[in-house]
Ligand binder design. Structure first.
Ligand code: SF4
Ligand code: SF4
Length: 293
């Protein structure tokens, strides 16, 4: 059975994508068949670290209502049941459907007494994929005009789970969006373990607290990873104390280093470099490998 690890963090820009990509590559190089899922659908960039050419695999499609005007009697029942009031009915006028707000729940279909609503379908975004040796990457990308990130992640995870039933992976690394919102929860739902990434700054501290609260609410086991841990010793100490008290299974620290910063900024992989600090990420991969049942 695959072990699923979510790489998450309450704040953007703390190195989440770099750590997810490095971890997936390290596990694959240890001989484990690994799937990396980039569920940061608003800004997917894990593939840039892998230097692979993505191919578009399939759309992320949801139900979107279309009304058969010959059947519709303008009763307004679809509007009444719709949680988002997506369908507007005004007297005998042609009903208006505001696609962007529709979540595809189909409540309107079941409420319509005339069987007048059918599926026009709408592509929220696309799934892209690539293979690099022992590692497969699956990337969810929201279309620029769409705002339903959580729904897109929900569909991406559902499609990934279908893939997991066919392909047997040793490890799945899921890179979540930053924050503690619904799109993040959709990705955390399938995880066996989370890695909570932060950095020792006032914002890093407050957002880590939110992430920890979410992980503990979800009863998910978690590891803390303090990136650039040497930039503030007082905030680092506070983070260590908070993580230990809140139940971190382990705490990893990557000290700030100009060279590591440059490696990350140029979308290179620290684990494939000669830099001595690559050891931190290799240790993380070895720690996780030992947890596999
Ligand atoms: S599918 Fe759901 S959200 Fe969309 S219009 Fe119908 S009831 Fe509203
Ligand atoms: S519920 Fe059906 S019949 Fe009634 S207004 Fe909506 S689409 Fe028309």
């Amino acid at each position: 059975m695959s072990m699923i690890i979510a790489v998450t963090g309450g704040k953007g820009g703390v190195g989440k994508s770099a750590i997810a990509a490095n971890l997936a590559v390290a596990l694959s190089k240890m001989g484990y068949k690994t799937l990396l899922i980039d569920s940061d659908v608003d800004n997917p960039n894990d593939h840039l670290f892998l230097d692979v050419k993505l191919r578009k695999v399939r759309p992320i499609r949801i139900f979107t209502p279309e009304i058969d005007l010959d059947k519709c009697i303008r009763c307004g029942k679809c509007n009444e049941v719709c949680p988002e009031r997506v369908i507007v009915i005004k007297g005998d006028e042609v009903p208006i459907v505001f696609d962007e707000a529709c979540s595809g729940c189909k409540a309107c279909v079941y409420a319509c007494p005339q069987d007048a609503i059918y599926d026009r379908g709408r592509d929220l975004g696309y799934i892209h994929a690539a293979i690099k040796g022992n590692l497969r990457i699956m990337v969810g990308e929201l279309r620029p005009t769409e705002a339903k990130s959580a729904l897109a992640v929900n569909r991406l995870i559902r499609i990934a789970k279908e893939d997991l039933e066919k392909e047997k992976y040793d490890f799945v690394v899921v890179d979540t969006s930053p924050g503690v919102h619904s799109a993040v929860v959709q990705a955390l739902r399938i995880a066996d373990l989370a890695i909570a990434i932060t950095e020792p700054t006032p914002l890093g501290l407050s957002t880590m607290k939110l992430t920890i609260d979410l992980l503990n609410t979800l009863k998910l086991k978690w590891i803390a990873f303090i990136n650039k841990s040497t930039v503030s010793s007082s905030h680092r100490d506070e983070l260590l104390k908070m993580c230990k008290e809140a139940g971190a299974q382990a705490i990893f620290e990557l000290p700030y280093d100009e060279e590591v910063f440059k490696i990350n900024m140029s979308y290179k992989l620290l684990v494939e470099s000669e830099h001595p600090l690559r050891r931190v990420l290799l240790d993380l991969a070895e720690y996780i490998a030992k947890l596999k049942p």
